[in-house]
Ligand binder design. Structure first.
Ligand SMILES: [Zn+2]
Length: 169
């Protein structure tokens, strides 16, 4: 799959005909623009079965290539204590407090929480975490794929929390 980097203006993004031709899209034909979170997909407006199958294959290819970026950014487990599987798990950052308590201390609904030992024995202090994303935000199917690639979920968690640029950096 060929890639082109194109700057956008405040008003529009222009896609040269040469680019459309490379993908087999005809000049002057209408296209369908699919808007998704963090991606825009341009397809023929009308497709035969073969064209549709090739488009699906291309999108699948792109998904795989992008997945490999995350796999490389995380790398395999190194200092994790797990025997075979990375011990990092979405449930380890899952801290839940009752809604009314959260409201009382003005923690926003979508804020991440973390817990640490309280001042008195037998108590736990829960507060707003200083990061926006962790493993709990990753769709389960993507976590499964990454785990099957032997990715260190602990380091994935770190780069999610740090919001590091891992693509096109
Ligand atoms: Zn690990």
């Amino acid at each position: 799959m060929q890639k082109f980097i194109k700057e956008t203006t405040k008003k529009k993004l222009v896609i040269p005909n040469a680019v459309l031709e490379l993908s087999g899209l005809e000049k002057g034909e209408p296209v369908e623009i699919r808007v998704a979170d963090d991606a825009v997909i341009i397809l023929r407006k009308k497709m035969t079965a073969m064209e549709l199958l090739r488009a699906i294959d291309s999108i699948q290819d792109a998904a795989l290539a992008l997945t490999l970026h995350i796999v490389n950014a995380c790398g395999p487990c190194e200092d994790c204590s797990g025997d075979e599987e990375c011990p990092a798990d979405p449930s380890r950052t899952m801290t839940v407090i009752p809604d009314e308590v959260r409201k009382e201390v003005h923690i926003p609904e979508d804020a991440k929480l973390c817990a640490w030992p309280g001042d008195k024995p037998g108590t736990v202090t829960v507060g707003q975490a200083d990061y926006r994303y962790d493993l709990t935000d990753v769709p389960a199917w993507e976590l499964e794929i990454l785990a099957s690639h032997g990715v260190c979920l602990g380091s994935l968690e770190e780069i999610l929390m740090a919001e590091d640029v891992v693509y096109g950096a």
